[in-house]
Design a protein around this ligand. Sequence first.
Ligand code: GRF
Length: 192
Amino acid sequence: MEKYLGKKNIAIFISGRGSNLKSLIKYSKKKKSLFKIILVISNNTKADGLKYATKSNIKNFGIKYRSKSYFENRSLKLLKQQNLDLLCLAGFMKILSYSFIRKFSKPILNIHPSLLPKYKGLNTHLKALRNNDKFAGASVHKVNQKLDSGKIILQKKVKILKKDNIKSLEKKVLKIEHEIYPKAIEKFLTSL
Ligand code: GRF
């Protein structure tokens, strides 16, 4: 890594609850953290995560998803006003266009609730249970133009027990998400 000078600036995109955002904010406040969160954007103006960002004194915006291009153009403007090193998607439920990825020009990471490359897209826990998988898990990966397909930065697995259902599995995997996302961000930042 280049000589490390202060914390790296990151922006986060969310769509709702924002538990990953919350865990990232908590982690970023630690002295040892290599990053700080300076901007949060949601495509859902009522997202709970926005309230938490406000409480944490982080600049945040809810942008109505009138269309993909409307949302992406508004977001790009806000992102370009900041000196960002990285954008992280955390429970962001929209697919970014290739044009956005190109125009933003900085790296983008995403967290996905499965052991990629297994189960891209939605309903990952249902798919793992239906296939009688022994393990579920979470993956942090780079975002490219193909859904949930960029280079994997970090993964962690968790055992699926006989008694597990979608709800219990979701809970277990979410706990892992909160654990690995800050680690993955730091791993990625130190590899730049
Ligand atoms: C997480 O499981 C995330 O991986 C998925 O959606 C969920 C969002 O959770 N894409 P939260 O908004 O971070 O609480």
